[in-house]
Each structure stands twice: as C-alpha cells, then as structure tokens.
Write a protein that binds this ligand. Structure first.
Ligand SMILES: *[C@@H]1O[C@H](CO)[C@@H](O)[C@H](O)[C@H]1NC(C)=O
Ligand SMILES: [Zn+2]
Length: 158
C-alpha cells in the first residue's frame, strides 16, 4: 500500500515537471516604447510583418515587432551575444543586426545597432538602438525583424 502511495507521488512529480518543461518560452519586451511587443501588420507597398508574408517571389522568414527609430532595444530574456548579422549584402543606413541565444533559442535581430556584438545581457538590459528605418523605407511601420537561426516560425514565442 505504502509503495503505491509513493509511486503515485512519483508519477505526479514527473507529470508536473513535464508541464513546466512544456511551458512555452515567451519573448519579453524588445523595444522600450513597445512594451507588449506589438507586431507590425500590413503597411501598403512594403507588405506585411508576419512570418511567411510575401516579399515578391520570396517569403518573409521572420516576424516584425514594432520599434520606433532610435528606440532602445533591450534583451527579451537573459541572452548571449553571438556576433554581427546583417540583413543585406549591400550597405544602407539600417544594415546591422545581431545573432543572439538564450532560453534554448537562437535568433537574430535586424535593423539594430548593438552596443556590443559579444558578451551576455540580462533580461531588460540594453542591446542597442533601433536604426533609422524611415530613412530607407519612408512611411513603413518601423520595426525590428526577429528571425530564428534555423529560419523556423518565431510567432509562437510572442
Ligand atoms: C548564430 O550564432 C550561433 C552561435 O555562435 C551559431 O551557431 C549560428 O550558426 C549563428 N546563426 C546564424 C544564422 O548566423
Ligand atoms: Zn521582417
């Protein structure tokens, strides 16, 4: 009898810990002036901000989070900085970004000028500054682009 009670508790413990493991990782605030990570919707000629949105004959491989030009970009959770990652092969005013990892995820943020390309940051600490997107795409909803290193869909993390 006592053994069954013990086994019962053991099963309960395993079940509860699996629930904790299955809890979805969520991104904290990315841009100071957009604390709840509002996503970019569709804005006319530049297309839409969701993953898989059409970009001519290509697809949008990330998710766009609204971010005002010059805003402070912060760590969405504790992160490691894995170096520079640029969106374009040809240079322009917003051609900068960074590869990050944390919470078991590897992802890139584009259109951000990081203070540093290496090191670690705690959640909420400053990564850098949103670059002047309006200068390159006048009238667009300025945003950071979040792209998983394996190019999978990041939407479930938001
Ligand atoms: C990002 O950095 C990680 C860790 O250094 C590396 O394994 C990965 O290949 C990089 N990913 C991309 C897409 O640059
Ligand atoms: Zn994008």
């Amino acid at each position: 009898m006592r053994l069954y009670i013990l086994l019962g508790f053991l099963l309960l413990a395993v079940f509860c810990s699996s629930l904790v493991d299955a809890r979805q990782v969520k991104f904290g605030t990315l841009c100071s002036r957009n604390p709840s990570n509002h996503k970019r919707r569709c804005d006319g000629k530049y297309g839409c901000g969701h993953y898989g949105a059409s970009r001519g004959n290509r697809k949008h491989m990330g998710l766009d989070i609204v971010c005002a030009d010059g805003d402070t970009v912060v760590a969405p959770f504790d992160v490691k900085l894995n170096g520079r990652s640029k969106p374009y092969s040809q240079n322009n005013a917003i051609n900068d970004g960074i590869n990050l990892s944390g919470q078991g995820l590897c992802f890139k943020l584009f259109y951000v000028k990081p203070d540093s390309y290496t090191g670690t940051l705690k959640k909420g600490q400053r990564i850098g500054r949103m670059l002047p997107m309006q200068r390159v795409y006048p009238g667009i909803t300025s945003h950071v682009h979040v792209q998983m290193c394996d190019r999978s869909d990041p939407t479930k993390y938001f």
